[in-house]
Design a protein around this ligand. Structure first.
Ligand code: NAD
Ligand code: IPM
Ligand code: MN
Length: 368
C-alpha cells in the first residue's frame, strides 16, 4: 500500500522520538512491500519559533490531505508566558478540532516484562487491559473563549457540549466494548455538573441499543481511586475531554511509565492523528534518554486503525515486547535488573527485533 504520512515532531522529546517511529515504519514498509512517504511539518513551539503561530496554515493543509498523521509532543517552558492563543498547546488543540478528531483512544495494557515496573502491586495490576475513550473536541477545552474579569481577579472557563457530540463518543464507547469484553464504564461528575447529568442520560438511553453491553456509572473521583485499586475490573471507559486527560495519565502508572502509552485520535472515516499520551518532557529533553516506545506503539496504532494493517501492527507490538523481554529499559521504567538504554539504543533493539521477525517470516514462507 502507498501512504502519505505527515510527521509533526513538535517540541522537547517529541523531536527525539519521532525518528524512532519513522525508522520502525520504514522497516515495516520494506518487509511488507508498502510505500510510506513522510512529510514533516511544524507545530507547537517549533512552529511559533519559525512562523509565529503554533499551527501554520501549511501544516493544516498538509494534514487535511494526508492518509494519517504522527505527532510527537508540544510545549515547553520557553513558550509558557505567551498569551493563550499563541501557546504551543493551542496548535495541538487546533489540529484536533480542525480535523474533527473527536475520539481519542488510549489503550492501557501493560507488557508482561514490565509488571514489576509499576509502583502498584503486581497482584493489583495483573490482568488489567483497559481502553480509555476520551472525547477530544469539546468540553472545557473548547468553550467560549476563557476570560479574566474584575481587573484579573475573576476568571471564566466554559464547559459546553452539544448532545450530538456526546452521542457520537458514547456510541464509540459502546461499539468498542462490543469488540472487547462488553463492559462499559461511563465516568462523569453527575452529582455536580449539568453536563454530566446530560451525559449520563444519554448513556442510559443508548444502553438500550446495546443490550449486550453492561454499563457501570462512576463519578470521576471514585473512578480515579478504582483505577489503581481494582484496574482489572475495567474494560472500556468512556468520558469527556478533561476527565479523560487526567485519568489516562493516572492509568499509565499501571504500565510502568507514561512513556509507554500510545494514542489514536480519530473520526468516523478512519483518518487519524497518532501520538504518545505524554508531553514534551522538558525535564529530560535533550538528554537522549526519552522512552520512544509510546511513540513507536502510536505508529502501530496508526497502521491498525487508519490503514487496516493488523499483521504489521502486531509485529511492531511484538518487537517492543521482545525488547522488554530481553531486559532493555529506559530510565523512566523502574525495573530491577536489565540493561539501561537511551532512546537511540532502545530504537535499535526494536529495529533488530523486527529484522529477526522479518527474516524468520521469509524463511517460513520459503518452506510453506
Ligand atoms: P510530560 O508528559 O511532558 O511529563 C511528565 C513526566 O513524565 C516527566 O517527568 C517526564 O520526564 C516523564 N515523561 C514523559 N514522557 C516521557 C518519555 N517518553 N520518556 C521518559 N519520561 C517521560 O508532562 P508535563 O511535564 O506536565 O508537561 C510538559 C509540557 O508538555 C507542557 O508544556 C505540556 O503542556 C505539554 N504536554 C503536551 C502533550 C502533547 O503534546 N500531547 C501532552 C502532555 C503535556
Ligand atoms: C494530552 C495533553 C494535551 C491535552 C495538552 C497538551 C493540550 O495533555 O494530549 O493529553 O490536555 O489534551
Ligand atoms: Mn494529557
Amino acid at each position: 500500500m502507498n501512504k502519505q504520512i505527515i510527521l509533526l515532531p513538535g517540541d522537547g522529546v517529541g523531536k527525539e522520538i519521532m525518528d524512532s517511529a519513522k525508522r520502525v515504519l520504514n522497516a515495516i514498509a520494506s518487509e511488507f512491500g508498502h510505500s510510506f512517504t513522510f512529510h514533516q511539518h511544524a507545530i507547537g513551539g517549533d512552529a511559533i519559533d519559525q512562523f509565529e503561530t503554533p499551527l501554520p496554515e501549511d501544516t493544516v493543509k498538509a494534514c487535511e490531505g494526508a492518509d494519517a498523521i504522527l505527532l510527537g509532543a508540544v510545549g515547553g517552558k520557553k513558550w509558557d508566558s505567551l498569551p493563550a492563543h499563541l501557546r504551543p498547546e493551542k496548535g495541538l488543540l487546533g489540529i484536533r478540532k480542525t480535523l474533527g478528531l473527536f475520539a481519542n483512544l488510549r489503550p492501557v495494557k501493560g507488557f508482561a516484562p514490565l509488571l514489576d515496573a509499576s509502583p502498584l502491586k503486581e497482584s493489583v495490576i495483573q490482568g488489567s487491559d483497559i481502553l480509555i475513550i476520551r472525547e477530544l473536541t469539546g468540553g472545557l477545552y473548547f468553550g467560549q473563549p476563557s476570560e479574566r474579569r474584575e481587573n484579573g481577579n475573576a476568571v471564566v472557563d466554559t464547559l459546553s457540549y452539544h448532545r450530538s457530540e456526546m452521542e457520537r463518543i458514547i456510541d464509540k464507547g459502546f461499539q468498542s466494548a462490543q469488540l472487547r469484553n462488553n463492559h462499559l464504564t461511563s465516568v462523569d461528575k453527575a452529582n455536580v455538573l449539568e453536563s454530566s447529568r446530560m451525559w449520563r442520560e444519554i448513556v442510559n438511553q443508548k444502553s438500550k441499543e446495546y443490550p449486550d453491553v453492561t454499563v457501570e456509572h462512576l463519578l470521576v473521583d471514585a473512578a480515579a481511586m478504582k483505577l489503581i485499586t481494582q484496574p482489572n475490573t475495567f474494560d472500556v471507559i468512556v468520558t469527556e475531554n478533561l476527565f479523560g486527560d487526567i485519568l489516562s495519565d493516572e492509568a499509565s502508572v499501571l504500565t510502568g511509565s507514561l512513556g509507554m502509552l500510545p494514542s489514536a485520535s480519530i473520526r468516523s472515516d478512519g483518518v487519524g492523528l497518532y501520538e504518545p499520551v505524554h508531553g514534551s518532557a522538558p525535564d529530560i529533553a535533550g538528554k537522549g534518554i526519552a522512552n520512544p516506545l509510546g511513540m513507536i506503539l502510536s505508529a502501530a496504532m496508526m497502521l491498525r486503525y487508519s490503514f487496516g494493517m493488523e499483521d504489521e501492527a502486531d509485529e511492531i507490538e511484538e518487537a517492543v515486547n521482545d525488547a522488554l523481554e530481553q531486559g532493555y529499559y529506559t530510565a523512566d521504567l523502574k525495573v530491577t535488573g536489565g540493561k539501561l538504554v537511551g532512546t537511540e539504543e532502545m530504537t535499535k533493539v526494536v529495529l533488530d527485533n523486527l529484522t529477526t521477525k522479518s527474516v524468520s517470516n521469509s524463511i517460513c514462507s520459503v518452506y510453506v
